[in-house]
Design a protein around this ligand. Structure first.
Ligand SMILES: NC(=O)c1ccc[n+]([C@@H]2O[C@H](COP(=O)([O-])OP(=O)(O)OC[C@H]3O[C@@H](n4cnc5c(N)ncnc54)[C@H](O)[C@@H]3O)[C@@H](O)[C@H]2O)c1
Length: 502
């Protein structure tokens, strides 16, 4: 019943056949799931099935954990010097880089993301993340701490052993690497569950791991549904930590599963409703460009998308038409993700398409004004026009809830105090942006907003060496940077008696 994925790309930007085992990758090899089952893979640009992958269950997670446990005590963990782990992570980076076009093509086929963006930002971005953490692998260390002259105390930053990673569909390979790279650098073994909607790049990635020299069991990729494989990871008594990116609803379930079972450490990267504040003194042209990218990038399927755009009354009448023109230009570049002129593709799935259209409908019925868009695009695939709402009220669903689609809501404001209060009036706190030429105001407002990332005169700025994560219900813990290393290690304090006699 072994599954194999084969697809021939014949596009202006990529022509080749991609072919790989699409079973479960456990203990260094591709295997069939213990209890069978397959998942259809859909191309969201056409809504056609393009192949099948295996679907695992709890039994497969158990096998992966068993293999990981063994590897963490023998061929990985602190038994392996950091520089060796770093070299292996670097080799993974090299192999991802060598396969960049195929990985980008698979990602675009499965998600509908624009090929050039996928290639340069997501796949090559993942290469950079791997290299960044490869460099950390031999630099994870504790402290010696002065106590008294008879004692020596020091700390060790030890890996958890086996960690789990549950990945969303909006950044399938990118979000996987954000978790896998620091996990391996700190000496953990990792069991990854890709989203059942977008499993292709994780499986192609798995096919590179043996060549990179990753010992069997150190990485397992178990594709499957959330309520089977995802739940099995969250509840597993031998998985000591789980890193999750996805919806706040699922994040709660993972935290509950941890509380019910072994109190595993949990990091959560959840949703957002990020405010983007444009003050009267902003550089109008720049503010329009960043704001448009900030909400429409990846068809709005970005956790930190600037979905609430607050515009001060003095610039409002200039900003709104310019922003609408930017949305119109993007709408004109809607189409096949593999066309060189495309900038706007489909939503990832039928479910997401319906969800976003439902929010657009609710905005209309609640009395918000559609300036542009508001409808599906074409008849095939899950395309939605870039949509701009004005006349929005604070209690509307489109202002309160995460839409995760190409839908911008513009809100007019008078002064700084008022906009800070409105911007913070959300359960989320992932990111925020401020556009102004006044440095003091920029810093004052950035500090006053309740969010894990604050962008001044830019948006969606993410760097491997800068932490990323949420305040409030947008998450727990941080990914990226040195900060992520802490979330994959536990600190042991060692006290050595060098002279005290009882
Ligand atoms: N913050 C983000 O980056 C992000 C990413 C994806 C989705 N979302 C939000 O979530 C909404 C719904 O998308 P979704 O349904 O695909 O997200 P989701 O949270 O259901 O899925 C994310 C991952 O969690 C897994 N999962 C689902 N149920 C689980 C469970 N009970 N236990 C363990 N794992 C489980 C899924 O299989 C997937 O791998 C979106 O509209 C969006 O608002 C946010």
């Amino acid at each position: 019943m072994s599954t194999h994925f084969k697809y021939t790309f014949d596009t202006p930007l990529y022509k080749a056949t991609s072919s790989f085992n699409s079973g479960l990758y456990i203990n260094g090899e591709f295997v069939d799931p213990a209890e069978g089952g397959t998942i259809e893979v859909i191309n969201p640009a056409t809504s056609q099935i393009v192949g099948h992958v295996s679907a695992g269950t709890k039994k497969d997670v158990d096998l992966a954990v068993e293999a990981a446990k063994k590897a963490s005590k023998t061929t990985w963990g602190l038994k392996v010097p950091g520089k060796t782990r770093g070299r292996i992570i670097s080799k993974i980076a090299d192999l991802v880089e060598q396969n960049v076009d195929e990985l980008a093509a698979l990602e675009s086929l499965n998600t509908g993301k624009v090929f050039t963006v996928t290639k340069h930002l997501e796949i090559l971005g993942s290469v950079n993340t791997l290299r960044y953490y490869a460099g950390w692998a031999d630099k994870v260390h504790g402290k010696t701490i002065e106590t008294d002259e008879n004692k020596l105390a020091y700390t060790r930053h030890e890996p958890y052993g086996v960690v789990g990673a549950i990945i969303p569909w909006n950044g399938p390979l990118g979000m996987l690497i954000w978790k896998l790279a620091p996990a391996l650098a700190t000496g953990n073994c990792i069991i990854v569950k890709p989203s059942e909607i977008t499993p292709l790049t994780a499986l192609k990635f798995a096919s590179l791991l043996n060549e990179a020299g990753v010992p069997p069991g150190v990485v397992s990729i178990v594709v499957g549904y959330g309520n089977t494989v995802g739940a099995a990871i969250s509840e597993h008594p031998l998985i000591e930590k789980v890193a999750f990116t996805g919806s706040t609803l699922t994040g709660r379930k993972i935290l509950e599963a941890s509380a019910r079972t072994n109190l595993k450490d949990v990091t959560l990267e959840l949703g957002g409703k990020s405010p983007n504040i444009i003050f009267d003194d902003a550089d109008l042209e720049q503010a329009v460009k960043w704001a448009s990218m900030g909400i429409f990038f990846n068809m709005g399927q970005v956790c930190c998308a600037g979905s609430r755009i607050f515009v001060q009354e003095g610039i409002y009448d200039k900003f709104v038409p310019a922003f609408t023109a930017a949305a119109k230009a993007l709408a004109g570049a809607t189409g096949d993700p593999f066309s060189p002129t495309t900038q706007h593709g489909p939503q990832v799935s039928q479910t997401q398409f319906e969800r976003v259209m439902g929010y657009i409908q609710s905005g209309k019925s609640d009395g918000a004004n559609v300036l542009i868009g508001g409808e599906r695009y074409g008849n095939d695939g899950y395309f939605i026009q870039p949509t701009v709402f004005t006349e929005c009220k604070p209690d509307m669903k489109i202002i309160q809830e995460e839409i995760f689609g190409p839908v911008a809501a513009i809100i007019k404001f008078k002064d700084e105090a008022e906009v800070i209060e409105q911007a913070n009036n959300t359960v989320y706190g992932l990111a925020c942006a401020v556009f102004t030429e006044n440095v003091s105001k920029a810093i004052r407002v950035a500090h006053a907003l309740e969010a894990g990332s604050a962008w001044v005169n830019c948006m969606l700025s993410i760097h491997d060496n800068v932490p990323f994560g949420g305040y409030k219900q947008s998450g727990i813990g941080r990914e990226l940077g040195e900060y992520a290393l802490e979330t994959y290690t536990q600190v042991k304090s060692v006290h050595v008696n060098i002279g005290q006699r009882l």
